[in-house]
Design a binder for this molecule. Structure first.
Ligand code: HEM
Length: 438
């Protein structure tokens, strides 16, 4: 007899939705809403979600379970199921879910992420070639050092004081424009502003039709700006690598760029700040990271610190897939149309990981994490982030510039080893003092 996929009870479903799904929607799937992030951190919703998932795992023996959320989704609770889903063909477990289409079509209608079939393969090939997926160092590594060095030099001032995140964001944003589109794009910050407003709109997933005219105007600014700079093919930028990358008439290279600007831009708020705060609260780790930054001796440890902060506070907290055709699932049938939910923010802190709630960059250096499918800040398999290596190199290079110029200390409550690290982070909690060398 065919095995059935278990269904969570009404109460279990309600608890999961309240602890995980609703907070994610309130926080903003495409652009964080600061007031909500503060409220959710206060409620520590990720801790609640972990309790619910632990109970579901215990009750259903770690098997994936149908949850009404409010539509029925398949919730993935074990490491082997994460591996099976992520390594299976993306033609079966598609990244292009209904919610992503509703939100991201405003900012990246022609991106690889929203493409299917042959078109997806075509665009994926192009993305992998330009972003140099899996490759370290990226061919633009010397440019990363130059551009981030120029933009972040002295950015936090020359006297001790509290870190002005807005100043850092502004300088980092200009660096991203130069690296993605070329030096001539440096001051074209309207592109980033339009993207930001569109991401805020994407949070509403198309539920505000009366904003259509504004959305159209913003898309024009974004797309015209990107296309103009891409046409310049400026050497020393990703756009300068387009001509040599494999492409067809359908690839639409400029259509890939808004995702890159969004991802590379998010690194500053979602990874760099957190890593600086974690280092400020862990003086021994900070000393090692600073030594690497100041010795100008690679960025391996700095990269590990970043990846560890992405494990503790993932930039992409949930992986979603849509089942495109009926598939066998442990002897049962998974029907087409079902959405699969992998709650990374929960798995990354699994109590079975001995380093779950501590800042331990070493796990990225000794291979422990790479062997564990529960930890997947860049996803895995055919949908793995093609910009992972480049993103870590950008972030680690920025970290190197900052750590070689400043010492950082907490200016508020610290993310320190003295108490378990919070599972839900309030970005406003990240207050630091920067001390330039005397
Ligand atoms: C360093 C921080 C980054 C993190 C944590 C990250 C994370 C992710 C994750 C988890 C996915 C896959 C989502 C899924 O499986 O559903 C993804 C996809 C993607 N990322 Fe990143 N990313 C980062 C940086 C970047 C950068 C810098 C770029 C480009 C410049 C980039 C480009 C992409 C693209 C194009 C996809 C879509 C892949 C596809 O549809 O096959 N990412 N990223």
């Amino acid at each position: 007899m065919a095995r059935q996929i278990p269904h969570a009870t009404f109460l279990e479903s309600l608890r999961f939705s309240a602890a995980y799904t609703l907070p994610a929607l309130l926080r903003g799937p495409y652009l964080e809403r600061p007031a909500m992030a503060r409220l959710l951190a206060w409620l520590d919703t990720n801790a609640a979600a972990q309790r619910v998932c632990r109970e579901l795992r215990a009750r259903y023996g770690g098997r994936a379970v149908y949850v009404r959320n409010p539509r029925t989704v398949l919730l993935i609770l074990s490491q082997s199921d994460i591996r099976d889903i992520l390594t299976c063909s993306d033609a079966v477990f598609s990244l292009r879910t209904k919610a992503k289409r509703a939100g991201l079509r405003l900012t990246q209608p022609n991106s690889v992420l929203l493409s299917q079939g042959e078109l997806r393969r075509d665009r994926r090939r192009f993305n992998e070639a330009v972003l140099q997926a899996g490759q370290v160092p990226h061919v633009l590594a010397p440019r990363l050092r130059q551009v981030l060095g120029e933009e972040l030099d002295g950015v936090l001032g020359h006297v001790p004081g509290e870190v002005d995140w807005a100043r850092l964001s502004d300088a980092y944003g200009r660096a991203v424009l130069r690296l993605v589109l070329g030096d001539q794009a440096r001051d074209d910050v309207r592109i980033l502003e339009a993207l930001r407003e569109l991401r805020a709109e994407a949070n509403w997933m198309g539920l505000r039709p009366w904003r259509a005219n504004r959305v159209r105007a913003l898309r024009q600014i974004l797309e015209n700006g990107i296309e103009r700079h891409v046409a310049a093919e400026t050497p020393g930028s990703l756009a300068g690598l387009f001509a040599a990358a494999p492409q067809t008439t359908w690839t639409y290279p400029a259509g890939q760029v808004s995702h890159w600007l969004m991802a590379a831009g998010s690194i500053e708020v979602r990874a760099l700040r957190t890593t600086l705060a974690l280092l400020a609260g862990h003086p021994e780790q900070a000393a090692r990271a600073r030594a690497e930054a100041r010795a100008d001796d690679g960025i391996e440890r700095l990269g590990a610190c970043l990846c560890e902060s992405l494990r503790l506070y993932p930039m992409v907290p949930t992986l979603f897939r849509t089942v495109t055709r009926a598939v066998d699932w442990h002897g049962a049938r998974l029907p087409p149309g079902i959405e699969v939910v992998i709650p990374l923010a929960v798995h990354h802190r699994s109590p079975q990981l001995e380093y779950a709630d501590t800042f331990t960059p070493e796990v990225w250096l000794d291979g422990r994490v790479q062997a564990d499918w529960r930890v997947a800040p860049f996803s895995g398999g055919p949908g793995r982030c093609p910009g992972a290596e480049l993103g870590v190199q950008i972030a680690a290079t920025a970290l190197r510039v900052l750590l070689s110029q400043y010492d950082f200390h907490p200016a508020g409550p610290a993310l320190s080893p003295d108490r378990p690290l919070p599972k839900t982070l309030d970005p406003a909690f990240l207050r630091l003092h920067a001390y330039p060398p005397r």
